[in-house]
Write a protein that binds this ligand. Structure first.
Ligand code: FAD
Length: 679
């Protein structure tokens, strides 16, 4: 922890930038910034309040030179202790950076500062007939910067994607105080998407270019009640796998309904155990009506006891008030609430809920179950009294058991709330030591001194008492052969040309040995209910699309000539980032990394999957990829026939590209000419 006397020599310089009134060390201010919406507490030594975005870089330069750690902070509503100053140092209060610079409806982009509150942006967009898709339940207070820091989601992210899918470009102040502007379309690795969800540990966002969407003409919102939670979950799986893409598909159990007064407000039948809220949107009223009827039929086939479509805006608002009121209603029942945030592949929801209920009952805890059902994202809201240490222990243990259950079911430990301090220990249950080390290397590449929001996301030590056996990487025979070969080459220092199907480069020109991937061409897993496909990297996009079509599914990627791995690595269709859920990677030393998987939301650790988009085979070799797919009869869905950039842009590596190369392939063994020299 740094001592306050370190501040002495730099205080004047800081005051010169932000003003003396904004360098705060008084007790009231320090106490106020010692906590956030999570359970952790720690005192910063100083709170710096910014009134202009261009103050951030010079302040970071000073803090960096003085080796003072810093934590960017906005509304502090994160639920994982992400803004707690674990190492003391400075809290960077960015909440006065609230300018909406531009709303450009022609190019469908809004340019904003990080302190803009999510709902204020929605309100500013409404008169133009536009909206910004991410809509966390905290949107009345949480900010765009915080949403980016956590890769926040919300009900309508089911159709429109999470924060990461809705950002076009970011201005970032690096942990050393340099200003960078990154877009996901830039040639080379997708540094912009990699920043999103990094919880302030890789730098500070000072400006964001956000994708804005034209408001659909019609909304159709329905509620379906069930006398069993299992039946409600079966209906969810059927709705999704039938190709319907609701704007939102939310679920509440009887405890949430009771707390939010849902039973009486909607006159639900006695014995209601679960309520689904299903919202559709579009510009074709007839089609919406037909889809709502299909949904009603699916619910009836799964024994729904009630189905009602809101006939007026007031009725629609009542439904959402019940959903959005459930958390505050629970919070009124006890001094504290822990909101868990595990995710499972959607067809595993019934099992996950059964296990969650058993765990809560075995720890004698009261909780409501609220969840973004369409995303497989569970939010048990456990109420407790934080002054009762025994109860706190039980709550923490139950939370951990729930996360382990999600991992066992092929899921992950956070869908939208982040890891922060509170789930660091659980990272070691989800990832093997090699992957954790890989994440640590990424952090080191961006922040060698470890000053930007230190000690977050990664576990300090692996706690074996809680170890859940993680299934060994389920790799194909072809992938294992590649790994064996890379291990041999690494031993002898042999450099490799990664040969995808469309590679034009000649091995002889670079004194490298080719490694062909075209035999990695199998479709490994088609999960019809989850709407995901896993395929080996060498399969051609056209072939993958053909095989999917035969099975009644579609991939929202243009009919490109190249292979799946090549399309990702060369970023010939940058929008593929929004379809990518997981990658299996062979690193230069022949070890395998399993990143992401079959859950449609995942903010556990750095979004390294995005880093391999545009990595050109120089950071690691993509062995296979898991992607979201659509049911082929999602007729009229514009995503079915996307137009795409079909040519990779010329890539000139720069600073952060080199830094990443150095930690991921220090011997420059893979496609070595990209980073200079052929050995
Ligand atoms: C009642 C309630 C409901 C919630 N519902 C949802 C929900 O539906 N969906 C959801 O996703 N979350 C939800 N959350 C969690 C929380 O609101 C989100 O994580 C939100 O995105 C945090 O925004 P914030 O402005 O409060 O950020 P903060 O909590 O201040 O910061 C969040 C993280 O971002 C980092 N950060 C802050 N500013 C920057 C910056 N400029 N650059 C880089 N990093 C930065 C911080 O260091 C921290 O790690 C809920 C929370 C509550 C209390």
């Amino acid at each position: 922890m740094f001592k306050l006397d370190k501040l002495g020599p730099i205080r004047q310089s800081l005051e010169a930038i932000v003003g003396p009134e904004n360098v705060r060390t008084d007790e009231a201010e320090i106490l106020m910034y010692s906590y956030d919406a999570g359970m952790a507490r720690a005192r910063p030594e100083v709170v710096l309040r910014f009134t202009a975005a261009d103050q951030v870089a010079p302040v970071i330069k000073i803090l960096h030179a003085a080796a003072i750690p810093f934590v960017p902070r906005l509304a502090g509503t994160n639920l994982s202790g992400g803004t707690i100053a674990l190492k003391g140092g400075a809290i960077l209060n960015l909440s006065a950076l609230k300018k909406i610079h531009r709303i450009d409806t022609e190019n469908r982009v809004a340019v904003v500062e990080p302190g803009v509150v999510n709902l204020e942006l929605q309100n500013a967009l409404a008169p133009f007939g536009f909206f910004y898709a991410p809509d966390p339940a905290s949107q009345k207070v949480s900010t765009i910067g915080g949403n980016i820091g956590e890769n926040a989601g919300g009900p309508q992210c089911l159709k429109y994607g999470v924060t990461s899918d809705n950002v076009e470009k970011l201005e970032v102040v690096t942990p050393e105080g340099e200003v960078k502007t990154w877009s996901y379309r830039d040639p080379g690795p997708d540094l912009m998407s990699f920043m999103i969800g990094s919880e302030g540990t890789l730098g500070i966002v000072t400006r964001a270019w956000l994708k804005i969407i034209k408001k659909p003409e019609y909304l159709q919102t329905s509620a379906a009640a069930f006398s069993s939670l299992d039946n409600a979950m079966l209906a969810v799986t059927k709705i999704i796998s039938s190709g319907i893409v609701p704007r939102a598909l939310e679920a509440m159990d009887s405890v949430s309904l009771e707390a939010a007064g849902g039973n009486s407000k909607l006159s639900l039948p006695n014995g209601t155990e679960a309520l689904l809220i299903i919202e559709l949107d579009g510009n074709d009223r007839t089609r919406l009506k037909e889809t709502a009827e299909r949904i009603e039929t699916i619910c009836a086939q799964n024994s729904s006891t009630y189905f009602k479509t809101a006939g007026t805006e007031e009725e629609r608002e009542t439904l959402w008030a019940i959903r959005k009121g459930a958390y505050p209603a629970m919070a009124r029942l006890a001094p504290n609430v822990l909101v868990e945030d595990g995710v499972v592949p959607r067809p595993k929801l019934p099992e996950a809920l059964k296990e969650t209920r058993e765990i809560l009952s075995s720890y004698k805890l009261t909780a409501s179950l609220l969840f973004h059902a369409g995303d497989g994202n569970l939010h048990p809201n456990i109420i407790f009294d934080g002054r009762d240490m025994q109860e706190v222990k039980r709550v923490k243990k139950a939370g951990y058991e729930i996360l382990k259950s999600c991992i066992r079911l092929g899921g992950t430990i956070s869908g939208e709330h982040g890891i922060g301090v509170e789930k660091r220990v659980a990272m070691a249950w989800l990832y093997d030591p090699k992957t954790l080390y890989f994440f640590k290397s990424l952090k080191t590449a961006f922040d060698p001194e470890g000053l930007s929001n230190p000690d977050k996301i990664l576990p300090i030590s692996v706690d074996n008492r809680h170890q859940v056996p993680v299934a060994p990487a389920d790799l194909s025979a072809g992938a294992k052969t590649i790994l064996d070969e890379l291990r041999l080459r690494a031993k002898s220092g042999t450099k490799t040309l990664v040969l995808g199907s469309g590679t034009k480069i000649k091995a002889s020109a670079h004194k490298v040995r080719p490694l062909r991937l075209k035999n990695l061409n199998k479709l490994l897993d088609l999960d019809r209910e989850n709407l995901t496909v896993k395929a080996e990297a060498g399969i051609k996009i056209t072939e993958l699309k053909r095989q999917l079509r035969e099975q009644g599914f579609a991939l929202a990627v243009p009919g490109l000539e190249g292979s799946l791995g090549g399309t990702i690595a060369a970023k010939t269709f940058p929008e593929i980032r929004s379809l990518l859920l997981g990658l299996d990677i062979a690193m230069a030393d022949g070890t395998a990394l399993v990143l992401g998987g079959k859950t449609v939301k995942n903010v556990a650790g750095y979004d390294a999957v995005k880093l391999f988009c545009g990595s050109l085979g120089a950071y690691g070799i993509i062995l296979s990829a898991t992607l979201k797919i659509l049911a082929a009869d999602s007729a009229g869905d514009p995503r079915l026939e996307p137009s795409g950039e079909k040519k990779a842009l010329a890539f000139e590596p720069r600073d952060y590209h080199y830094r990443l190369k150095k930690v991921l392939d220090p011997e420059n063994l893979l496609n070595p000419w990209i980073y200079g020299g052929t050995g």
